[in-house]
Design a protein around this ligand. Structure first.
Ligand SMILES: Cc1cc2nc3c(=O)[nH]c(=O)nc-3n(C[C@H](O)[C@H](O)[C@H](O)COP(=O)(O)OP(=O)(O)OC[C@H]3O[C@@H](n4cnc5c(N)ncnc54)[C@H](O)[C@@H]3O)c2cc1C
Length: 548
């Protein structure tokens, strides 16, 4: 009781809840794609990610952003970034829970479990997952350097996080990043001006000297990076470590850290290479496809990460509205609020389903040969990255509004919804912004039999809802007739919605039916427009069983 008034009707934070046990859509996706999944692993991660104790680390790591030290106090150049101890605590947890390169050393199902774990961890803190994701994604590109891959993979897959600035041989685990974007071009990396001069051969392969810059290079304290630079044969991909094998510091200068909208716990830097040593990855002149072997996997993580953030925002909105009263009822009981929350729940489940479907395609194609899954992996990468990430910001705004004014207030990092909102646009921009994904869809249409693959995907759901059947016909015609590049976004959206509907056929009938009705017969422009007769109670019950 304060002197002037009693504090009443304020919701408690969502803390000490098991995020996995609350998340039926994620449990169902895991059970479908990988029936033998390790339930105990997820119960443990769900408890840790939802604990009040680790949420404090997420707040502190974001509130105390990383600091760049270009020089020591004696004037020596050091180029080191200092992170709050909470950043390291989160990194340690992420590696312990195998969110990075471990699936490359595991068997079938490893990528599916990692994907689900990555999504779950995002509900705790997304920005530290940038280096974690890049350390996962780098393996396929690095395979082109067998000797180096043999040396680095065990450290990339190690679960014992090691933040020390030491040569990789002395560390228990390493992390990796990527540098493509330059001042004059990020989407069109062919404009890269950074140059690479051949120096000599050694045990890791062809060694070059790199001179130039990168305008964005996140997580600059990673142990090594894949970077693009021009040789006389064209744009090529290079492995550039921060410390050289003899222990000396490589000539990578961190010029500045970006002052970003969100993603505060992660450092994103501008760097220069002053004759830095690097090793060629793959063939000279084939840098784009080589680094895209990494980029396509980080695109998976963009979709997973956004689906995780959506789920977090939804859980907070449900938790809040179940406690807050207005006009004589709990908010969650007010008819229009139920409509909004149920609509958000549909979107969240659809995002989870689509991102996990892509993870399955990655897993199947990495652990064997499967022609259908190859096409789905190629198709779903731009589709899921485009659509799930595009929906993120819109979703976060509506979830924030469910909390009213409290949603907009950060209070030194304690207002998690505002942090989610600032984070949301990022996954849509980096690793190929929306238009770049839609353009990539056009490339897929030219190179794969997408129509046949989609027919196969839709088959189990055909006949289950008239809106789905109508949309399927429309999309298949659209694939055949798309001639205008400017219409690629529309097609990307339509394919995404249809795939989401087909995936939700496996969910509750209330979810499937409401999704088809609200999304396939003309996509809604704001949340909360579910038509009369929608079983919102069943949808909300599935979204958060503990509400009722
Ligand atoms: C926080 C943060 C961290 C980052 N970290 C990294 C990193 O670690 N490594 C790295 O290499 N990069 C990183 N990036 C850079 C990011 O990947 C690029 O910003 C992104 O790829 C877009 O490139 P750009 O900024 O040069 O924009 P541009 O290429 O100029 O694109 C601007 C807009 O034009 C659109 N566009 C481009 N071409 C076409 C076209 N042909 N038709 C229609 N539309 C088009 C794009 O979709 C985009 O919306 C990071 C960015 C951010 C914000």
């Amino acid at each position: 009781m304060s002197v002037t008034h009693e504090v009443l009707n304020q919701a408690t934070p969502l803390a000490d809840a098991n995020l996995f046990q609350l998340n039926l859509p994620l449990q169902d996706a895991l059970a479908w794609h990988h029936p033998g999944y390790d339930r105990a692993r997820f119960d443990a991660l769900g408890a840790e990610a939802g604990s009040a104790e680790i949420q404090v680390h997420a707040r502190l790591a974001n509130f105390h952003s990383p600091v760049l030290h270009t020089h020591d106090r004696f004037g020596h150049r050091i180029d080191q970034v200092e992170f709050h101890p909470s950043y390291h605590a989160l990194m340690g947890s992420a590696l312990r829970h195998r969110l990075h390169a471990t699936p490359w050393t595991e068997g079938a199902g490893g990528h599916i479990e990692r994907a689900a774990a990555f999504m779950l961890f995002t509900e705790l803190e997304p920005s530290i997952l940038c280096p974690v994701s890049m350390s996962y994604a780098v393996a396929p590109a690095l395979r082109a350097m067998p000797a180096l891959f043999k040396d680095w993979l065990p450290k990339l897959a190690s679960t014992r996080y090691d933040a020390r600035f030491l040569p990789f041989t002395q560390k228990s685990a390493v992390t990796m990043g990527m540098g493509m974007t330059e001042k004059q071009g990020g989407s069109d990396v062919r404009a890269n001006s950074t140059r690479a001069e051949f120096v000599g051969d050694d045990a890791w392969g062809r060694r070059f000297s790199i001179t130039g810059h990168k305008w964005f290079m996140s997580a600059p304290m990673c142990d090594a990076f894949l970077v693009l630079a021009q040789t006389s044969s064209g744009l090529s991909c290079f492995f550039l470590p921060r410390l050289l094998p003899d222990g000396s510091v490589n000539a990578l200068r961190i010029q500045r850290l970006k002052h970003k909208l969100g993603n505060q716990a992660n450092a994103s830097s501008e760097v220069e290479f002053e004759g830095a040593t690097a090793w060629l990855v793959g063939d000279e002149g084939r840098g784009v496809p080589q680094i895209l072997a990494m980029g396509t996997i980080t695109r998976l993580d963009c979709a997973l990460g956004t689906a995780g953030l959506m789920r977090q925002a939804l859980s907070i909105a449900l938790h809040h509205t179940a406690q807050r009263n207005a006009f004589g009822k709990r908010l969650v009981e007010q008819p229009m609020m139920k409509n909004v929350l149920a609509d958000l729940a549909l979107e969240s489940e659809a995002a989870t389903a689509l991102a996990m479907r892509l993870a399955r395609a990655v897993d199947r194609t990495e652990n064997g040969q499967d022609a259908h899954e190859e096409v789905m992996r190629r198709l779903l990468t731009p589709i899921a990255k485009f659509w799930v990430c595009k929906r993120g910001s819109h979703f976060a705004q509506e979830a924030m509004e469910c909390l009213g004014g409290n949603g907009y207030v950060e209070e030194q990092g304690e207002g998690v919804m505002a942090r989610i909102y600032r984070e949301m646009p990022l996954n849509s921009i980096w690793e190929g912004a929306g238009n770049i994904m839609a353009l990539d869809l056009l490339r897929v249409l030219r190179s794969k039999d997408v129509a046949a693959a989609l027919q196969h995907e839709f088959a189990p759901a055909r006949g289950a809802h008239p809106a789905l059947d109508r949309a399927a016909e429309r999309v298949l015609v659209g694939i055949d007739t798309l001639a205008d590049e400017a219409q690629a976004r529309r097609l990307a959206r339509d394919i995404a919605l249809l795939l989401q509907a087909a995936l939700l056929h496996r969910s509750s009938s209330a979810v499937f039916s409401a999704f088809c009705t609200s999304r396939l017969d003309g996509a809604a422009d704001v949340f909360g427009l579910l038509p009369a007769g929608t079983d919102v109670d069943a949808i909300l019950q599935r979204a958060m069983p503990s509400l009722h």
